[in-house]
Design a binder for this molecule. Structure first.
Ligand SMILES: Cc1ncc(COP(=O)(O)O)c(C=O)c1O
Length: 453
């Protein structure tokens, strides 16, 4: 009987293409709309924010897009990433299930986010862009883009959600180490930030507010563009390298997944892991249940509505058809800062509506309990975001213990938590609360949805 733990590909086996799931879906996702005309936005509407190559990827109907050689060259710093069989966790749970995790924490910034930060910086640099702006929740995306911008010689200005800015000072220092400038959000350097501070001087911020600030600055400076770390089609497509590698590694292990779980903030690590497997499922080659796991404090899939809404709080972006809690919804300052987004990727929302994936919500204390159990068996301290995925893996594995099923469970451990230890400290010292989210709060936020669309 094999006792193999790590499934490691050679650099020469690294996928050379990203996978675009859109042409394989039974129906195309609804297009983004211009907020004034309610007509589909065209490339010209997006040009002030994104380079042409990324706009073309956003609307591409090609099934595969070749990864440029300079991007592959940077990917080689940490890719292919290992697939682990969580044998010690399985033993601790006493489950007959097999748990596999694709570990993205080996990247320089410690998460999956460089998979898209590197191509985004590359395409901007190739089109002569001098500076990028962005938002960051927990700081994983901001530090990934700061790393990528350093490699391609671009300046970066980051708006970091206030609650994370206060909870995670080392992520700010990591961004600065790579050369970025970091503001807490809401900040007094943008109109959007000042408007929020005037109404809520103690605002803990949100990803929606930080996006407004970064978009405002990019939109008003000709040499500056904006980069988004999740939500958009091209971002999820860049992340499919996770699933493409995992497909090869699971085949090497001689298994096919019965259940795939992943945490969802804007949906990029989950989509990146799941889409290549969904392609195989739609082709009739396997039949995994694919389950998104979101925080109970920000439940866009499970308690939001499917509607056109702004991607940011101030209403500066196109309207996106997505599962949303309303762009005015400010989630409680939970520790999984990367999951505090009011909306969900429009592509994943569409796939959810098609019935191809399912979703559950988990409170953060259950997730940190799972994170501790994982750290104490597998050794890796998960970032707060993927503790949601770990909690769902454990739940499924314990179900298998009841039924005796030997299911194969696959997840993405999309980042390590070594710069999130304050959150573990709060949990260990009994200072973590699960605040309940009332229907009335959600209904109130949904009243702010744009009318007539
Ligand atoms: C480690 C980690 N996981 C997950 C997320 C959530 O984003 P996404 O749903 O796009 O993967 C973030 C976002 O910042 C993150 O930093």
């Amino acid at each position: 009987m094999s006792n193999q733990v790590k499934y490691v590909l050679q650099e020469s086996e690294m996928p050379q293409q990203w996978y675009n799931i859109i042409p394989d879906l039974p129906a195309p996702p609804p297009p983004p709309l211009h907020p004034g005309t309610h007509q589909p936005v065209g490339p010209d509407d997006l040009a002030p924010l994104f380079p042409t190559a990324l706009i073309m990827q956003e609307v591409s109907g090609d099934r595969h897009i070749a990864i440029p050689e300079p991007v592959l060259d940077v990917y080689r710093l940490w890719r292919p990433t290992p697939l682990y069989r969580a044998r010690r966790l399985e033993k601790d749970l006493g489950t007959p299930a097999k748990i596999y995790y694709k570990y993205e924490g080996v990247s320089p910034a410690g998460s999956h986010k460089p998979n898209t930060a590197v191509p985004q910086a590359y395409y901007n640099a190739a089109e002569g862009v001098r500076k990028l702006t962005t938002e960051t929740g927990a700081g994983q995306w901001g530090s990934s883009l700061a790393f990528a911008c350093a490699l391609f010689g671009i300046d970066l200005e980051v708006w970091m959600v206030r609650s994370s800015f206060d909870q995670k000072p080392y992520r700010k220092l990591l961004m600065e180490t790579y050369g970025a400038t970091v503001h807490p959000s809401p900040s007094d350097v943008t109109n959007a930030g000042r408007a929020i501070l005037a109404q809520h001087p103690d605002s803990t911020g949100s990803l929606g507010i930080a996006i407004s600030e970064a978009v405002e600055v990019a939109g008003s400076n000709a040499d500056t563009r904006y980069a988004l770390g999740s939500v958009l089609n091209h971002v999820l497509m860049h992340q499919t390298i996770i699933g493409e590698e995992a497909l090869k590694q699971l085949a090497e292990a001689g298994d096919t997944p019965d259940v795939i779980v992943g945490c969802t903030g804007g949906g990029s690590n989950f989509g990146g892991l799941a889409f290549p497997f969904l392609r195989e499922k739609m082709a009739g080659k396997m039949n995994p249940v694919i389950r998104a796991v979101e925080p109970a404090a920000c439940p866009s899939f499970t308690r939001g509505t499917y509607a056109y809404d702004f991607g940011d709080t101030a209403g500066l972006t196109p309207l996106l058809k997505m599962h949303t809690l309303g762009h005015e919804f400010i989630p409680d300052p939970i520790h999984a800062g990367g999951l505090r987004y009011h909306g969900m990727s429009p592509l994943l929302s569409h796939i959810y509506e098609l019935g191809l994936i399912e979703a559950v919500a988990k409170p953060q204390s259950e997730c940190f309990a799972a994170g501790l159990r994982f750290a104490r068996t597998e050794g890796i301290v998960p970032a707060p975001e993927p503790t949601h995925a770990v909690a769902a893996c454990i739940e499924e594995a314990l179900r298998c213990k009841e039924t005796g099923e030997e299911k194969v469970i696959l997840t993405a451990l999309c980042g390590h938590g070594l710069l999130d230890l304050q959150a573990y400290g709060d949990y260990l010292h009994g200072q973590m609360e699960d605040l309940s989210l009332s229907d009335a709060t959600i209904e109130e936020a949904l009243r702010g949805l744009p009318a007539g669309v």
